[in-house]
Design a binder for this molecule. Structure first.
Ligand SMILES: Cc1ncc(COP(=O)(O)O)c(C=O)c1O
Length: 416
């Protein structure tokens, strides 16, 4: 056999350097192998679309197949359908954001919005700031454009403004391209930024000339606590990202960017080169779902169901987890962030957890260096029923307790 036959990837020497640096996560590969029926997954962040009423979904889909089909099946403008943009202005108005349709651009989910923003604004080496940990998909989207990502830790009141101020002061005015934040029920942290910190963030962004990107997929999934004012209300310069993925369905890849018109014009140019326009069909379905069906009632069903699951998870954590563990207490969204003692490496623990029939997402994937967060994990309560969640936490507690016992034994033997 000639050596040419041993080449696994014939294009490997042609791949762009920035793509060569991208790695499929070992964890994702492990999840793909986790097909046993008895495994309970706390790993994903899938909304429970089983709760959507068939009648409402069919009604919205029929509109796209019927009267509106010649539009639904045609190319659309790059900014998206005006009627759909009007629907999104209505959704934002409900939370206090005043926006006109010409200040909105429709995207293929909030994920595309993250990529478009990165493509529009990031040059290699540019500094951007995120919460640390932050949404894995944002890190993937941003990293492709090779920024220098600085992470600011959060506590139960969201991103730490004292640390943000220190960092901005150290870097200087104009040094940071943009700050990306998920103020409501953060992914993966589950924490919500307090009102005082929102005000402070806008003040600091103003003083240090930092653009703010506010990602808000979970804002309407609030289970307790008061309504928080979006950053976009505090400053119309904020680039606000919305999506229907968590309040309707992620399969209809539809989200939006609300931003000042000059910013949108740039993003529009970039989007033309990406996909010309988003799916007209999906937009028609979304438009009809939010105008012709009792979607707010369905949203209440989502909220009630997720709240029960959140309660089940927090109760099980209290019941089963060891005193060395701590975790966040989300007022909404999908996720709890668990922190274990520093010596516990949750990535290496995952194989044992899988054996025990439970999976979670290790915390290091939510940091740009892939190193921090090794003793933390994200656990999601959005998809499994309360009984399954309790059982998953019980199984996980057994795995964690084993690790802790091992450590205690080492300690007693003076081996550490
Ligand atoms: C914080 C955050 N931003 C963006 C997204 C992407 O959402 P979409 O389905 O709209 O692309 C997600 C999905 O989980 C998310 O958690």
């Amino acid at each position: 056999m000639s050596s040419a036959h041993l080449t696994f990837d014939s294009t490997s020497d042609k791949i762009a350097t920035r793509v060569r640096k991208m790695r499929s996560s070992a964890v994702r590969d492990l999840f793909a192998a986790a097909t046993r029926d008895d495994i309970i997954s706390l790993a994903g962040g899938m909304p429970d679309v089983r709760l959507l009423p068939e009648e409402a979904v069919c009604k919205a889909a029929e509109a796209a197949c019927g009267a509106a089909r010649s539009e639904a099946l045609q190319y659309g403008g790059t900014n998206g359908r005006e009627a759909t943009r009007r629907v999104f202005c209505g959704l934002m108005r409900d939370i206090g954001v005043r926006c006109r349709p010409d200040e909105v651009l429709i995207t293929t989910g909030a994920q595309e919005a993250l990529d478009l923003i990165a493509k529009t604004f990031i040059d290699p080496g540019d500094i951007i700031i995120t919460e640390g940990p932050t949404y894995l998909g944002a890190l993937q989207a941003f990293s492709a454009y090779e920024p220098d990502i600085h992470c600011i830790p959060f506590d139960e009141e969201g991103m730490r403004m004292d640390l943000l101020e220190e960092e901005l002061e150290r870097l200087g005015v104009g040094a940071v391209k943009f700050l990306y934040t998920i103020p409501n029920f953060q992914n993966p942290g589950g924490v919500t930024m307090s009102s005082a910190r929102r005000t402070r963030l806008i003040e600091l962004a103003d003083r240090y000339d930092v653009m703010v990107v506010e990602d808000d997929p979970y804002g309407r999934l609030r289970y307790n606590g008061g309504h928080m004012i979006p950053l976009k209300v505090l400053s119309s310069d904020v680039i606000y990202l919305g999506t229907i993925s968590k309040v309707f369905a992620p399969g209809l890849r539809t989200g939006w960017i609300a931003a000042p018109k000059d910013v949108l014009a740039r993003i529009n140019l970039v989007k033309q080169g990406t996909d010309l326009c988003g799916s007209s069909f999906d937009q028609v379905v979304v438009e009809h779902y939010f105008t012709d069906t009792p979607w707010e009632r369905t949203l209440q069903t989502f909220v009630r169901t997720y709240a029960e699951r959140r309660d089940a998870m927090l109760a099980a954590l209290d019941e089963f987890f060891p005193p060395e563990a701590s975790w966040t207490h989300p007022d909404g969204g999908f996720f709890v962030w668990v922190t274990l003692p520093e010596y516990v490496d949750v990535t290496s623990m995952l194989a044992t957890a899988l054996e025990a029939g439970v999976i979670y997402t290790p915390g290091n994937g939510f940091f740009p260096d892939g190193v921090r967060g090794r003793n933390s994990m994200r656990i999601a309560f959005c998809y499994e029923n309360p009984e399954a969640i309790r059982e998953a936490i019980r199984r996980l507690a057994v795995v964690i307790e084993e690790r802790l016992q091992l450590y205690r034994a080492f300690l007693e033997a003076g081996a550490l």
